[in-house]
Write a protein that binds this ligand. Structure first.
Ligand code: SF4
Length: 425
């Protein structure tokens, strides 16, 4: 039975009503509910819905995090479920399930059963993978893609990533591009290969009206993929990026006019450090919808530590206006991440999000409390405030005693020395 939503969140907000989702976001983000309603109505804020759990993404809200999961040509269901549980443990806002091998329906179902946060999918992945397994290669059709989108949404997926900015014209330009690293969007590459193999236009564009109907029926969010992101910092913004931005803006406006919430992917992949701020300002000026950035990696020589490089890029772009970040792991560019890699990527990106919010909104209560605890050598309090819940700090500071300094400076602890000598004055 198809869920039939008569009035979507966007439509309710446009009509001046206050949906439950807006009340929830206003309460959890400490915002005026009328501000939240206004932002949803104008497209500045989107809500990922999963049963009674709502995640607001966009203007004026805390920076949100996504974790990508799923098998590639390798991977096990148990590992992917474990990664999802790690994401839940560290209070990640959403996960994107991207499996391409094994029993993909079962992987998605197992993840649904294991965690409570919103789940996002890229439906063309499953269609391509299952057709490849049957030996069909890219010989599938738009109907199969639509069916897959609908199936995911019926199961309760909160948002789907669709790749509308790949066109025949863009493919021609990519063939002759002077870029070193072409594009690194898997969904974009699959869409392009499908179009070339079947000599057709973009299946998402051809079926856009029906896609909007399906999204509307489930009050789900459309995420417009950042297909044209390059794989290297040497490839600067070009015509392909600009055309993509304009296309995604048009599709976003159309979807939103029809009552569908939208998030636009941009600023992903690799962006040279010197360009991070100007590119973010460019997208922020042109796109009113929430911006979702995967990375970006601002230097390319941090192989094995790309999560740290990307944390710098993500912190800067989110600090200047991006709203939703996709965690990068140490395995980026090297392998399907392990559970431990995912955990490392999550903690690193929690730092990026915290940094971005400190840029956007100023010093947090958590930082203020940490400063006070630090001044009093209150180690337990510091551990409790740490971004990972104190796991690493507890390991490093095993023998710390409340009220005394650590072995970093030993008996010359600057805090204690100053307190002692200032008291003598
Ligand atoms: S010993 Fe040094 S690092 Fe440790 S608490 Fe004192 S001042 Fe800070």
């Amino acid at each position: 039975m198809e869920t039939t939503i008569k009035e979507t969140i966007v439509e309710q907000c446009k009509a001046g009503k206050i949906p439950e989702e807006a009340k929830f976001i206003a309460r959890t983000e400490n915002k005026d509910v009328h501000f939240v309603v206004k932002e949803i109505a104008s497209g500045g804020l989107a809500v990922l819905r999963r049963k009674t759990k709502f995640v607001g993404i966009g203007n004026g809200l805390r920076t949100k995090l996504n974790v990508n999961l799923g098998t590639s040509s390798v991977g096990e269901i148990s590992e992917e479920v474990e990664k999802a549980k790690i994401a839940e443990k560290f209070k990640i806002d959403a996960i994107t399930e991207m499996s391409m091998c094994g029993d993909i329906d079962k992987i998605r179902e197992s993840i649904f059963q294991s965690v409570t946060m919103p789940v996002i999918t890229c439906p063309i992945y499953q269609v391509a993978a299952e057709n490849f397994d049957k030996g069909n290669g890219f010989k599938f059709n738009g109907g199969e893609i639509l069916h897959n989108i609908e199936k995911h949404l019926k199961e309760g997926v909160s948002a789907v990533v669709l790749h509308l900015s790949m066109t025949k014209d863009a493919i021609k330009k990519l063939k002759n591009t002077k870029r070193i690293d072409s594009i690194v969007s898997k969904g974009g590459a699959l869409t392009a290969a499908y179009m070339i193999e079947n000599n057709c236009e973009n299946p998402f564009i051809e079926n856009f009206a029906r896609i909007i109907e399906i999204l509307h029926a489930h009050d789900a969010t459309l995420i417009l993929g950042n297909v044209m992101r390059s794989g290297g910092v040497c490839d600067e913004m070009d015509e392909l990026h600009i055309n993509e931005m304009k296309m995604n803006r048009n599709f976003a406006n159309k979807a939103h006019r029809h009552g569908v919430q939208v998030i636009v992917e941009a600023l992903g992949g690799h962006i040279a450090a010197k360009n991070l701020i100007s590119y973010t300002k460019f997208y922020r000026k042109n796109i009113k919808f929430p911006l979702f950035a995967s990375g970006p990696v601002p230097i390319d020589c941090a192989l094995g530590y790309d999560h740290i490089a990307a944390c710098l890029g993500a912190g800067i772009v989110a600090g200047h206006g991006a709203d939703f970040l996709c965690c990068i792991t140490p395995a980026e560019h090297l392998a399907l991440p392990t559970v431990e890699d995912v955990k490392e990527g999550i903690i690193t990106f929690k730092i990026a999000a915290e940094f971005a919010d400190a840029m956007k909104y100023g010093i947090s209560e958590r930082d203020r409390a940490m400063d006070e605890a630090r001044d009093g050598h209150d180690w337990e309090k510091q551990f409790g405030l740490a971004i990972d819940g104190g796991e690493r700090a507890r390991q490093k500071g095993k023998n710390l005693i409340k009220g005394t300094g650590c072995t970093m400076c030993g008996k010359y602890c600057a805090v204690d020395v100053m307190k002692k000598y200032l008291n003598k004055m």
